[in-house]
Ligand binder design. Structure first.
Ligand code: PLP
Length: 444
């Protein structure tokens, strides 16, 4: 593989820190190399790639040691060792980053302190006057950061319905610096056509970057870089780590110059993931396949259960999803987040509070099942008026399905539905009480 161009100022800064290490991971035997598509060898299945790692550890340790050290001694007064200071680089983090690059089908990955930290690194590529085109059903924190950039950094942000590629196309100009996409959106579970938006964006403005937040699917189910995106990022707090015990964010791309510019920010601002959390994220990633398989199998059963009782359920695993085919053209699974409406905010609140196995919590991707009301919790930072404009039902309940026994989850949810008055229990089973989503009158 040809050496990447390392001529830009950011690249020079990166090279100064990493004089010897191959920051892109091309020439490295460890984690990304054995079957990276770019090495031209047959690729292992993802479940294999996720667990397979190699390292040059002197004792042959089977998991990467935690290099809990801020500094590294140098061989001479000129430095010259692979690592010198953990803000700039740390062996545990590098090992993780190479592994992530491999599973994200990227040549470069960066691990930072949170998903929002990842978006912060990416948006520092923007200059005042740059325009960003993005969705109208965004993750609340993404919305908050973009609003900040708009109000304080002279960045122009356009929110459109990204499920309609035509609406995106109309806004692309020479000023467009980024098109930022999320699919499925959350909690409305709308699907965005990444390949067609990426193609159009690059046709109209070859410099515009298509960025995808892949948190909802994870590399297990989708690889946006293969669909035409320039940068993919995701919250490692969710599926990648899987246990809600760390915060992390990951960024991946295939353009070395872009990778170097983002690495510059990681080093300049000090947002790189800590050695201990890098270790934990690495451990989490190894079980991503088995967790995701179980979580989405459970989610499918629960979605079918709710739909069969008359609730309006949003889940791309259901044939009733209006963009079912589009989703499956881009993804290998439906994920484990779904939402449903009850027709009444009070009923929804009571369901959420009556659930026992389902923890009331924001976030998703954890081995435990979670239930929440997005308009009150994760999306509360979007004001009520905007939520209304974006057709976000105030009564919507989001379920983030874990790895528990599916029957236990369904039993618990059934009991919560009955207790909340959303359904009535009769001898022949459940009867849904008036869950017409247009209904405004409470049914109890
Ligand atoms: C959680 C989340 C983020 C932010 O990640 P943090 O790790 O919480 O900072 C970004 N996008 C989506 C879709 C998320 O769900």
């Amino acid at each position: 593989m040809a050496a990447p161009d390392r001529s830009g100022p950011a690249a020079q800064a990166a090279n100064k820190v990493f004089t010897r290490v191959d920051v892109d991971g091309h020439a490295l035997p460890p984690s990304p190399a054995p079957s990276s598509p770019l090495s031209g060898r047959r690729r292992y299945a993802l479940a294999t790639e996720l667990v397979y790692t190699e390292s040059k550890d002197q004792y042959g340790s089977s998991s990467i040691p935690i290099y809990q050290s801020a500094t590294f001694k140098q061989a001479s007064s000129n430095g010259g060792n692979e690592y010198d200071y953990t803000r700039s680089g740390n062996p545990t983090r590098t090992h993780l980053e190479r592994h992530l690059a491999k599973i994200m089908n990227a040549t470069r990955a960066l691990a930072v302190g949170s998903g929002m930290g990842a978006l912060d690194v990416i948006t520092r590529l923007l200059k005042p006057g740059d325009e960003v085109i993005t969705g109208d059903d965004l993750y609340g924190g993404t919305n908050r950061l973009l609003t900040y950039l708009q109000n304080n950094q002279g960045v122009v942000v356009h929110h459109v319905d990204t499920t309609n590629p035509e609406q995106v196309r109309k806004l692309i100009t020479s000023k467009t610096a980024m098109v930022l996409l999320e699919t499925p959106t959350n909690p409305l579970i709308k699907i965005v056509d990444i390949p067609s938006i990426a193609r159009t964006t690059h046709e109209v403005n070859s410099k515009a970057l298509v960025i995808v937040d892949n948190t909802m699917l994870s590399p297990m189910l989708s690889n946006p870089l293969d669909l035409g995106a320039d940068i993919v990022y995701e919250s490692g707090t969710k599926y990648l780590s899987g246990h809600h015990d760390i915060m992390a964010g990951v960024i991946a791309c295939n353009d070395p110059e872009l990778g170097n510019r983002m690495y510059f920010t990681v080093n300049a601002t000090g947002c790189g993931l800590s050695p201990n959390d890098s270790f934990l994220l690495m451990r989490g990633v190894k079980t991503l396949a088995i967790r995701m398989e179980k979580q989405q199998a459970n989610a499918q059963q629960i979605a079918e259960f709710l739909e069969s009782h008359g609730f309006r359920v949003r889940y791309p695993g259901l044939k009733s999803h209006p963009q079912y085919d589009l989703h499956w053209s881009m993804a290998r699974g439906a994920g484990a987040v779904l939402s449903f409406e009850t027709g009444d905010v009070g009923i929804s609140e009571r369901i959420v509070e009556a659930a026992r196995l389902w923890g009331i919590s924001v976030s998703f991707g954890c081995v435990n099942s979670l239930i929440s009301m997005p308009c009150r919790m994760s999306h509360a930072s979007i004001d009520a008026k905007t939520r209304q404009e974006r057709q976000m039902p105030e009564d919507i309940i989001r379920l983030c399905v874990g790895i528990e026994d599916a029957s236990d989850l369904i039993d618990d949810l059934s009991r919560a539905l009955v207790q909340a008055g959303a359904v009535t229990l009769t001898l022949d089973g459940f009867h849904t009480n008036d869950v017409d989503t247009d209904a405004v009158t409470p049914s109890v």
